[in-house]
Design a protein around this ligand. Structure first.
Ligand code: TRP
Length: 445
């Protein structure tokens, strides 16, 4: 039984810290670029509204009612078949896969904090070369920064979520938002702004493939931290009287708004230079430094602040991926927090090194499977397959295997009967059927 409780605003901060991360600023823009823009964004927004939000509430409810780790939550809340349902709690394993490539990217960001002190690359081409060079040739440099990122994340979790992470969030999140809004204001004055706007918000369905639909749905799960127990685990520390419904809406709103602002900023800069949106994972590392370079010293300062804040956004998310596994191990096996971190750390560090190697020209052959590098496999497996499946399990569980009465008692103080009915419908049918259709569509067509 978990006895730690978040303070006022604590849950919203922690959940927003988890949700807002590399997914918003690094992944969303480049995925949008690669998947053709507006139509992808539309599906992403629809998924967040009709599936993501209900699932977010479902995960908080499970955490809040069970007050335990994910395995315990599925086990104790099941009306029947508890012995089978507890295995659904192992959706936390997806976290190991995410963490491995996520910390590699935080490593890149740390390196860019350092690079921001030097002369910034003056064109998109130079910036692209710099980023590409780092990722495909600089094995030891990357390994160093990756290790630093890794140690930093695990060290913060070892100090406990409240003392370390809540405080960092409180300071860094507003800074990140401030920088993004400032950049947005500046972007509005550039000629690329209109083009960026139509790219993001004018859907062109001819560019949409079934793989893009799956990617958009998967990313909606990824960005809200759904489908692997992060939100459920934080839900276990909710105060007795928190308005779960309002908190869920707030987190989803903050998360979406930050992604859209980041997207607008990055694409405006890119179009300003007449560059292509299909730059892949290097997008944020390419368009931003190139534009900021024309600002001289001020550009350096903005770049330093931006990448530092982004690193922290990433770290607060990484922490929320580590915590569910740690909570499971400490609860169920009575091991210390340190031992739990060590077990998880060894697993993920090894996978992170393989992910990193799979981008290096001279090493990639040994870590490429079925034509895909290990880094991409981790990303694809977790976002496009395991998170949607995890979300579907949560939906089916809450919709069909928990007592409806229990859900009503908890939620009706915060939402009308009608809203509850809509949510219940979404959890029982819309979410599972929606996710299933998208996955089948991708598999067979
Ligand atoms: N949501 C975070 C982001 O957008 C990443 C993240 C944190 C996550 N916890 C998660 C993704 C749990 C999936 C599942 O960067």
């Amino acid at each position: 039984m978990n006895t730690i409780r978040f303070g006022r605003l604590g849950f919203i901060l922690a959940a927003a810290g988890s949700a807002v991360g590399l997914g918003n600023v690094w992944k969303f823009p480049y995925m949008t670029g690669e998947n053709g823009g507006g139509a992808f964004v539309l599906i992403y927004l629809l998924t967040i509204t009709f599936i993501g939000l209900s699932l977010f509430l479902a995960e908080t409810v499970m955490g809040r009612l069970s007050r335990g780790d994910t395995v315990t939550a599925f086990e104790t809340l099941a009306k029947t078949h508890q012995n089978y349902w507890k295995y659904a709690g192992f959706i936390i394993i997806t976290g190991v896969l995410i963490l491995a490539f996520y910390t590699v990217v935080i490593g890149w960001i740390l390196k860019y904090v350092v690079l921001s002190f030097q002369t910034l690359p003056s064109t998109v081409e130079v910036a692209g070369g710099l980023f590409g060079g780092m990722v495909t040739t600089d094995t030891y440099g990357q390994l160093g920064y990756f290790t630093l990122a890794f140690v930093l994340c695990f060290w913060i979790v070892s100090r406990g979520v409240k003392a370390g992470i809540e405080k960092v969030n409180l300071f860094m999140m507003p800074l990140l938002i401030l920088i993004l809004l400032t950049l947005l204001l500046y972007a509005m004055s550039l000629s690329g702004f209109g083009e960026a706007f139509s790219f993001l918000f004018k859907p062109d369905f001819s560019k949409l493939h079934s793989s893009s639909v799956l990617a958009a749905v998967g990313h909606a799960f990824f960005t809200l931290s759904l489908g692997m127990g992060s939100i459920m685990t934080y839900g276990a520390s909710l105060p007795e009287k928190e308005n779960l419904f309002r908190s869920s809406i707030m987190v989803a709103f903050i998360d979406t708004a930050i992604a859209l602002v980041a997207g607008m900023v990055i694409f405006t800069f890119l179009f300003h230079f007449g560059a292509q949106p299909t730059q892949g994972p290097g997008l944020v590392f390419v368009s931003l430094p190139a534009l900021l370079s024309s600002f001289g010293l001020l550009g350096n300062i903005i770049a330093i602040a931006f990448f530092t804040a982004l690193a922290f956004a990433g770290i607060t998310s990484a922490v929320s991926i580590i915590e569910p596994v740690v909570m499971y191990i400490t609860n169920r096996f009575n091991l210390s927090r340190m031992k739990a971190l060590l077990i998880l750390g060894v697993m993920t560090y090894g996978m992170g090194v393989l992910a990193l190697m799979s981008n290096i020209e001279t090493l990639k052959a040994s870590v490429t499977f079925f034509g895909k590098g290990f880094f991409d496999i981790l990303d694809f497996m977790s976002s496009s397959i395991m998170l949607p499946l995890g979300g579907m399990l949560v939906a089916l569980f809450v919709g069909f295997f928990m007592e409806k009465q229990t859900l009503q008692t908890l939620l009706l103080p915060y939402m009308s009967k009608r809203l509850f009915a809509i949510w219940y419908l979404s959890i029982r049918y819309v979410t599972p059927v929606g996710v299933l259709c998208v996955m089948l569509n991708k598999l067979f067509f």
